[in-house]
Unconditional design. Structure first.
Lengths: 342, 219
């Protein structure tokens, strides 16, 4: 549905050349929610602007639904953009128009008939839950409501693809969750493919199917969300995963505890997260377990848990316990003192 | 009091009318030129790629015209005015220099108003595939309307000031009456009356501008 092929983008500011994107490729399948995560300055904002050519690549190709955008004429690109919705961190509504007009006027300007405009505005205000706010000006709305209007405006063009540029970054946690819920709903019910960028792992965790991690204009890791959670390869990816599972243990405590037995990072996916494995091993084997930190989160389609536990006991017994856990589908990794505080 | 009205009434009413006439006609043409010029300044400046030369040219032209005081411009433009409207005298003769004086000023005011429009909103409309001309009209000018109205108000008041010099080419107006009768022939009461009328006029225009601008804000 969305294909970015070997995209490179360099900006020239005076004599300096800055490479914002360096040979980036990604493919978003139809009906999927694809997330791009990175710290600020990683190039993700430039990346999402490639998907509707708000920013033109220096080299590489952008293919949306079979059409290569870079080869389209200005006029054809304009028409194509009408099928690609976009929402922004700053909402970008017109202050001088009511909610109704904010949705209706772009429709009118793209040549939708008056009667159809009425039906669509009503339909999409209904979907975002703001039917009662049609005649209100944006300044009278909360941030979450403004983003809902912006989503309704994007949906009213009945796009196949929705691009989201940090759409929840300006919102508080509760409102963020509501907007994410809404995005999930429109993905499921309207079948709209979503490409979003964010710096919050929470967003990826809640709604994304696949994820790419960006750093310094490159994609350093990509794959299904659950894979990145279970086995993050790159340092930056680990940091993002750890932002959900704060598991820092002071180094001297790790050192002290290791005298009596190993410290384990246990990763549970799916049903393994729901069974009481730790209490089972302490009953079965001659060991004592002590949880240092832990958390269970709901990924889009999986339950995912992470525990850091100290296992006290003989090498023989702890080895048996680890084998048992591995047999239950738990991913076990022993912590060494370097994993304490980074 | 009655004697004053009898003696000066008609002169002052006629002068007020002449001022109105000069201001409205030259304002009309100034907006006609100044607003598109302001838009051109903004888009040639923000589009960056390939249009920056246009911005530089406009910039120099506008600065050049704005460097010349109106009274000098009035005389410097005499031959040009004669070519354009056939005469350099009277109300007709003063419109051309007034427009040339006001339009670049207005363009600058429009430029600063339009620059205040959130770049993100413009980007959102580009992303929706809206035509550039529609974006200029429905997004930029619409969102800047409140600030544009204030800018026009400032320009109108500047314009009224400039019409005071119109008497020099025989166009009449309030400024001319105050100068000719009030100052030259030493009739201070005439001068004070015209000053009071001008004050009321300008207070009224500024208040009207403020109200309209507030109305256009809608928040």
């Amino acid at each position: 549905m969305i294909e970015l092929k070997h995209i490179t983008k360099t900006f020239e500011t005076g004599k300096k050349k800055v490479t914002a994107l360096d040979d980036v490729s990604l493919t978003v399948k139809k009906g999927e929610i694809y997330g791009v995560i990175g710290y600020s300055g990683a190039g993700k904002s430039t990346l999402v602007r490639m998907a509707n050519l708000l920013e033109a690549p220096t080299s590489g190709d952008v293919i949306i639904d079979g059409d290569s955008l870079v080869t389209l004429s200005k006029e054809a690109l304009r028409k194509k953009r009408q099928r690609i919705g976009m929402i922004f961190q700053g909402f970008n509504l017109l202050k001088t128009l009511t909610v109704y007009q904010n949705i209706a006027i772009p429709l009118k300007l793209t040549g939708v008939a008056d009667k159809e405009i009425k039906t669509r505005v009503k339909k999409y205000l209904d979907i975002v839950g703001l039917s009662d706010k049609a005649d209100v000006y944006p300044n009278q709305l909360s941030g979450g409501q403004k983003q809902r209007v912006a989503i309704a405006r994007a949906l009213s063009h009945e796009p196949e693809v929705l691009l989201s540029d940090e759409a929840t970054s300006a919102l508080d946690p509760d409102t963020t969750d509501q907007i994410l819920e809404l995005l999930l709903k429109i993905n499921r019910e309207l079948g709209i493919t979503i490409l979003l960028i964010t710096h919050e792992m929470h967003v990826i965790q809640r709604i994304c199917d696949r994820v790419a991690v960006m750093e310094q204009g490159e994609i350093i890791e990509q794959g299904p969300v659950v894979d990145l959670y279970t086995e993050p390869k790159h340092h930056t990816t680990k940091r993002f995963v750890d932002s959900i599972f704060p598991s820092q243990t002071p180094t001297h405590i790790i050192k002290d505890l290791q005298i009596e037995g190993p410290i384990l990072d246990l990763t549970f996916v799916g049903s393994a997260a729901e069974s009481p494995s730790l209490s089972v091993i302490s009953n079965r084997y001659q060991i004592e377990t002590n949880i240092l930190s832990g958390n269970i989160v709901e990924l889009k389609d999986h339950t995912f848990g992470k525990l850091r536990a100290h296992v006290k006991g003989s090498v023989k017994e702890t080895t048996k316990a680890i084998d048992y856990l591995t047999g239950q589908g738990v991913i076990v990794r022993e912590v060494n003192s370097n994993d304490g505080i980074y | 009091m009655m004697a004053f009205i009898e003696r000066w009434g008609i002169t002052i009413v006629e002068a007020t009318f002449a001022t109105f006439q000069m201001v409205t006609i030259s304002l009309f043409f100034s907006i006609l030129i100044g607003l598109p010029l302001g838009v051109l300044l903004v888009i040639s400046r923000t589009n960056g790629n390939g249009h920056i030369w246009l911005y530089r040219v406009l910039n120099i032209v506008i600065n050049t015209i704005r460097s010349v005081p109106f009274i000098i411009l009035l005389f410097a433009l005499l031959p040009f005015t004669r070519v354009i409207v056939g005469t350099s005298m009277g109300v007709k003769g003063v419109i051309v220099p007034l427009v040339i004086f006001t339009a670049p000023y207005l363009a600058r005011l429009m430029e600063s108003s339009l620059l205040e429009v959130d770049q993100g909103v413009i980007e959102a409309y580009q992303a929706m595939g809206i035509k550039p001309l529609h974006i200029i009209w429905h997004v930029m000018i619409r969102e800047a309307k409140s600030s544009i109205i204030l800018g026009v108000t400032i320009a109108v008041i500047g314009l009224i000031g400039a019409t005071a010099m119109a008497g020099l080419v025989g166009a009449g107006g309030l400024g001319d009456v105050a100068y000719r009768f009030g100052h030259v022939r030493y009739q201070p009461e005439v001068m004070y009356v015209t000053i009071v009328i001008l004050i009321i006029l300008i207070q009224g225009i500024q208040s009207l501008g403020n109200v309209l601008s507030q109305k256009a804000k809608k928040d």
